[in-house]
Design a protein around this ligand. Structure first.
Ligand SMILES: Cc1ncc(COP(=O)(O)O)c(C=O)c1O
Length: 353
């Protein structure tokens, strides 16, 4: 038996068929249709934001958020080297340059002191990631305010996590099938500001509409059929979250019993998109191999500053590249979904014995 890292939530097929029939009747397939609006309202309420704008992916959510802020072209955006490459590629797609700052070794999220060090005359924004569902340091909000820099949060790992709401200028979520509630591919930009949310709507639609019509943008619209996929999962969200809470507790108990691994950021609340544990970086490859031999498909999380040639010249402030790579190599991401069974947990423990 093999257990995979992710397992998409299955939409309620009857509800999906009803919602899809409405699309056939209306013949409205895209362009801010009624199902996209319903999804935005439902997710805004579920996630605790006043405004939510659906996009075609988590990556385009980030790019659209940056475009909506009308930043100086070519400006620098300070971000973390410990993230999936979608974060830095979204910055590049918005015509801006990623610059890295060090992460805190416990939380693996951006360190405010390193961000402070990285701020220079060309800095136009800061883009922290709520990595592995841990809320990025709240001191970043104060820093953004005092230095007059917008903060755009990457919340791809933090769906449904209350600790990250009402923060920053804009927050981008992923609704990819590997996250929790999903639209196949999809994303969401959330904000407390009606003005900024409206700018995101315009940037999502080629920069067209409203007074800011001359601004930048692209096509980041979510189709109606994708919105129906998401809407047909709301009734299943609660039980999936409960199952993940129980699974995290089971993983933690088994992690505590192992000499080879330890909990990530013990004692801190975390969102329920991913589950990770920490190990000695020199042992990561062997542990991943042992888990794979037991049918547990876990994975590591390489640092961006070690991502081939692309970011080899990108400045990194507050730490060395080797230090960041070692922190990245201390992470093991585990299968995290309601289909993980007791037998899988037994094999997890055996692999770590
Ligand atoms: C930290 C982070 N940011 C952004 C994204 C991009 O999301 P999407 O796959 O929906 O484009 C991901 C995807 O896994 C991610 O892990």
């Amino acid at each position: 038996m093999t257990v995979t890292l992710g397992q998409p939530l299955t939409p309620d097929s009857q509800l999906f068929a009803e919602l899809a029939a409405g699309i056939w009747d209306r013949h409205r397939w895209t362009n801010d249709g009624p199902l996209v609006r319903e999804l935005e309202q439902g997710l805004g309420k579920q996630l605790g934001w006043r405004h939510a704008v659906a996009t075609s992916s988590g990556t385009t959510a980030l790019t659209t958020a940056l475009l909506a802020l009308d930043l100086t072209p070519g400006g620098e955006v300070i971000t973390t080297p410990l993230t999936f490459r979608a974060t830095s590629l979204a910055i590049e797609a918005a015509g801006l340059k990623p610059v890295f700052a060090a992460v805190d070794e416990t939380t693996l999220c951006l360190h405010p002191d390193a961000v402070e060090e990285a701020i220079g005359p060309r800095t136009v924004a800061v883009l922290p990631v709520h990595l592995f569902g841990l809320a990025a340091d709240p001191a970043l909000d104060a820093l953004g305010e005092s230095r007059d820099l917008p903060i755009v949060y990457d919340a791809a790992h933090a769906f449904g996590f209350d600790d990250i709401t009402h923060r920053g200028s804009l927050t981008a979520y992923s609704l990819h099938a590997t996250k929790i509630l999903h639209t196949g591919e999809g994303g969401l930009v959330a904000s407390e500001s009606p003005e900024l949310a409206e700018k995101v709507r315009i940037a999502r639609n080629f920069g067209l509409g409203g007074a800011a019509e001359s601004g930048g943008g692209g096509n980041a619209k979510l189709p109606e059929l994708s919105a129906a996929v998401g809407l047909a999962q709301f009734t299943r969200l609660g039980s999936e979250l409960d199952a993940r809470r129980a699974l995290r507790a089971a993983y933690e108990a088994r992690t505590d019993a192992s000499q080879r691994v330890r909990r990530h950021a013990p004692g801190r609340r975390r969102g329920l998109v991913t589950e990770v544990l920490r190990c000695d970086p020199t042992e990561q490859a062997e542990l991943l191999q042992r888990l794979a031999s037991g049918g547990i498909i876990a994975r590591g999380f390489p640092a961006l500053c070690a991502d081939g040639q692309r970011y080899s010249q990108t400045p990194l402030f507050g730490a060395g590249r080797a230090e960041m790579s070692a922190l990245a190599d201390s992470v093991i991401a585990l299968p995290f979904h309601s289909r993980v069974q007791t037998g899988d947990l037994e094999r997890f423990s055996d692999a770590l014995a």
